[in-house]
Design a protein around this ligand. Structure first.
Ligand code: G1P
Length: 300
């Protein structure tokens, strides 16, 4: 068996300008999908995949994230007094254990590669996962768990989750090209960050989940800027690809790009419709809204 993936890095230093004014005083990672903050949703995905240590690369004005992963004694004692055991149990279950979280800061916005590099001492010399909380996956098992299966099956290496996107959107993402296609994975041979449509090797985009070997830090140490003048994780991975295998995983599930307003709204609708406590009433309301706007929803 390859070395286990015990640690996950969550880059959460971004300013969230696309969601202003919502993100003026609140980190974008605390925006909610139904009633769960984005950051909680991805921590849940990591825990399901066996992650034991959660490393957050934060920035100024992000301390609410640290508070979110702490106990809230006042709230808990009030809930206890009121006999709200369901809510209490939920808070308890959502919380990583004592000593299982670490926080460090990316002091300047120098790019995603730089954010990951900021976690190098916390990760140490072992393979680790990177999860971008903008990308919310509805998948069972979760996307990272599916990647860990491929990692074990391929006896290690680096693993990137990919998915198809319409060609007109490829310029927004990192894009890969590959060979040696298996049922749900393949060998990555090309990688390019935010290419023009004509230069993209495929329409398979890097969808915000990575399993990386620690040698990536040696490459990031050089702090070379790439697309957009930023230190890109994609450029560092491309270099590492000369020395180590990279497996692409076409995971089963649906991705919602919550860095985008439409994707964020879609995630809310999709996940609300999954919830037994909300779905029946929410369907009725959606029906009404859509018909008011001249459309029609058909439910199976
Ligand atoms: C980052 C990565 C890109 C990836 C994307 C997924 O871009 O650099 O390769 O496809 O996340 O969301 P960003 O969204 O930070 O511009």
């Amino acid at each position: 068996m390859p070395r286990p993936i015990r640690k996950a890095v969550f880059p959460v230093a971004g300013l969230g300008t696309r969601f202003l004014p919502a993100t003026k005083a609140m980190p974008k990672e605390m925006l909610t999908v139904v009633d769960r903050p984005l950051i909680q949703v991805v921590v849940d995905e990591a825990r399901e995949a066996g992650i034991e240590h959660f490393i957050f690369v934060t920035g100024r004005n992000k301390s609410v994230i640290e508070d979110h992963f702490d106990k809230q004694y006042e709230l808990e004692s009030t809930l206890r007094k009121r006999g709200k055991s369901t809510e209490l149990d939920m808070l308890e279950m959502d919380l990583p254990g004592a000593g299982e979280t670490s926080f460090t800061r990316q002091q300047e916005p120098l790019g995603l590669g730089h954010a990951v590099w900021c976690a190098r001492h916390l990760v140490g010399n072992e393979p680790f996962a990177v999860i971008l909380p903008d990308m919310i996956m509805k998948a069972s098992p979760g996307c990272l768990a599916q990647m860990v299966s491929v990692y074990n099956e391929r006896n290690g290496g680096n693993v990137i989750a990919v998915e198809e996107t319409p060609w007109e959107h490829v310029h927004r993402y990192g894009v890969v090209g590959g060979t040696d296609w298996k049922a749900n994975h393949f060998t990555i041979t090309q990688m390019v960050e935010k290419p023009k449509r004509e230069a993209a090797p495929s329409n398979l985009i890097i969808s915000g989940r990575y399993i990386l070997q620690p040698e990536i830090f040696e490459i990031l140490d050089k702090k070379e800027a790439g697309a957009g003048g930023e230190i890109q994780i994609t450029d560092a991975m491309k270099k590492l690809m000369e020395a180590q295998p990279f497996h692409g995983v076409r995971y089963e599930g649906t991705t919602y790009d919550c860095g985008d307003k439409v994707g964020f709204l879609a995630a809310n609708v999709a996940l609300a419709l999954e919830r037994e406590d909300i779905a029946p009433a929410f369907r009725d309301v959606l029906d009404q809204i859509i018909s008011t706007h001249g459309g029609k929803l058909t439910w199976d």
